[in-house]
Design a protein around this ligand. Structure first.
Ligand SMILES: [Zn+2]
Ligand SMILES: [Zn+2]
Length: 545
């Protein structure tokens, strides 16, 4: 590394770390001016991106770092706009003194009309700081658009049949709090997730954030206070509400076969698994702590391990400066790996992740896919610190609950039933349509995604659903994977559907003798967007006679 890089790459290191987050703007590097830094706490309003008609809309107010810059909150005015009219919802706070590091409150608004479709929401926050009156709209970032928040009010719930639950498989909460990012508190995340129609999320904060000193994210805490309070918070919240489950997890930084840092989602593990190779907390120390193999050896039978965003190529600077790498086929071939979180909020890396998965399926491995968004808060809009501390990027990607993992539960929703269903692959991933794959054999026994079934012949049942929110059904693809020739092929494609948002497909499979698997993809079209649903496979074992 030449002198120029050594001199300059600490800030550039951070430049490489463009995470997905509510942007933290108070951190700046010695000698580097931050245009975003100001003498005010960060103030953010957020709402779910979708909600079912007739429900109140929760509006999350977040105020961060008021311990350094205290304020008096005077009022919050929320405007809900439709084409025809504007409804205003005022909330008085009467000069409420806010001095906490992390203050948040959710207020609810509900229209007098039965709304449906897309709506805009503006949140005006009036406060005083050092005796001066200030007013901000939607957030107080220096370089953001302050554009209205957007919500889709849906006449119908998420498309599904009985027994299916939807959730977010990869997200960060306020336990992620470092130089450039922070997430929303667990209880606020739960409230907004519930309003979206979800019934679970996996809280997968970074290993290198969970081991921090609660008061200083640049220092580690050997007594792991933050980790313990995270576990306690999740437990307490799960005890207080049986209709929504938070799965305690961790996004562990581990070494892949090339000794580069990759991310591993470990769910329900009773101890913190260390991993700070790519934390950028220790200058020039980027070596992974544990390897993928070591993690798989350490976790117990109640824990699950999924490769996080395996197909996503790390940006060049992250590759260079914090030794970030990518899951390759060898990494995905470790025994004990339960699955691959191949969808990470955008299409980036989705095809690569899917192709790694199919390669493993064709090698005869029973391995499953899940999908999430890697959201850090960001229920409505993604706000990110860009070219360090000079810009703030905004877009509508990596939104909490946009890509969902659907899970089939035979029993009541609970932490153990969810974990069991993940382990058994009773899952699908979708950002819109829904397809239930069922197979029956000649003895009338039935199988769902993730199951294996034996028989002389099989009947396949497919229930396809969409809704005006996710657009009309456009294509159904049924794939079979031959485990002898190790080839996957398109068995059938359906382009004509009985109804716009509903279709039932039935087909018979006979006279095959090779062990194989069956999986399904369903697409819908909404304006110019193609939305998709991928099921996990059912394995077919042909018996003779
Ligand atoms: Zn990650
Ligand atoms: Zn993540």
């Amino acid at each position: 590394m030449n002198q120029y890089l050594v001199d300059f790459n600490f800030p550039f290191l951070k430049l490489g770390l463009l995470f997905l987050l509510y942007a933290e703007t108070h951190y700046s590097f010695k000698g580097i001016y931050s245009r975003l830094k100001k003498k005010e706490p960060e103030i953010i309003a957020d709402v779910p991106h979708r909600i079912k008609q007739g429900q109140p809309i929760p509006v999350l107010l977040l105020i961060k770092d008021a311990d350094q810059h205290s304020i008096e909150l005077n009022s919050v005015h929320i405007n809900l706009f439709s084409k025809e009219k504007k409804e205003c919802f005022p909330f008085e706070f009467n000069a409420l003194k806010i001095t906490e590091k992390f203050w948040h409150k959710t207020v609810e608004i509900q229209s007098t009309d039965n709304l449906s479709g897309k709506y805009r929401i503006d949140v005006t926050i009036k406060f005083s700081i050092n005796g001066k009156k200030r007013e901000v709209k939607n957030d107080n970032y220096t370089c953001s658009s302050h554009a209205p928040l957007e919500i889709y009010i849906s006449e119908s719930g998420l498309p599904k049949t009985n027994g299916w639950h939807f959730g977010e498989f990869h997200c960060h909460t306020s336990y992620t709090d470092d130089q450039v990012e922070f997430g929303a508190p667990l209880n606020a995340s739960r409230q907004l997730a519930e309003a979206m129609g979800l019934t679970f999320f996996c809280a997968t904060d970074h290993s290198y954030d969970l081991d921090d000193d609660p008061d200083n994210y640049l220092k580690n805490d050997p007594s792991l206070k933050k980790w313990h309070s995270f576990q306690d918070d999740v437990r307490r919240l799960n005890q207080s509400n049986s209709s929504f489950i938070i799965i305690p997890g961790e996004e562990v930084s581990v070494g892949n076969s090339k000794n580069r840092n990759v991310h591993f989602l470990v769910l329900n593990h009773p101890e913190l698994l260390p991993g700070d190779g790519d934390s950028a907390e220790k200058w020039l120390r980027t070596k992974p702590n544990l390897s993928i193999k070591e993690i798989l050896r350490r976790i117990n039978s109640n824990s699950l391990a999924f490769a996080a965003h395996p197909g996503v190529q790390p940006p060049f600077l992250e590759w260079l400066l914090v030794r970030r790498g990518k899951w390759n086929l060898q990494d995905c071939s470790n025994s004990g790996l339960h699955g691959l979180q191949i969808w990470n909020g955008t299409d980036e890396g989705l095809n690569e992740g899917k192709s790694l998965w199919i390669k493993r399926l064709l090698q005869g491995k029973r391995i499953f896919i899940s999908g999430g968004n890697d959201a850090h808060g960001n229920f409505n809009r993604f706000r990110q610190v860009g070219l360090p501390f000079f810009t703030l990027r905004e877009n509508y990607e990596h939104l909490f609950g946009k890509v969902r993992t659907g899970v089939f539960l035979e029993d009541k929703l609970s932490l153990p039933t969810l974990l069991k269903a993940f382990e058994n692959g009773r899952m699908l991933i979708t950002n819109g349509p829904f397809v239930e794959l069922l197979v029956k054999n000649n003895r009338n026994e039935s199988a769902k995604s993730g199951d294996c079934i034996s028989g002389k012949n099989f009947k396949i049942d497919l229930n396809c659903l969409s809704s005006p929110e996710f657009g009309k059904l456009s294509e159904l693809r049924i794939y079979t994977g031959n485990l002898i020739t190790r080839k996957e092929q398109l068995f059938k494609s359906v382009l004509n559907f009985s109804e716009l948002f509903k279709h039932h497909e039935e087909l018979n499979m006979r006279k095959n003798s090779t062990p194989s698997y069956l999986r399904v993809e369903l697409f819908s079209e909404n304006k110019n967007e193609v939305l998709k649903c991928f099921t996990n496979p059912i394995w077919l074992n042909w018996t003779l006679g």
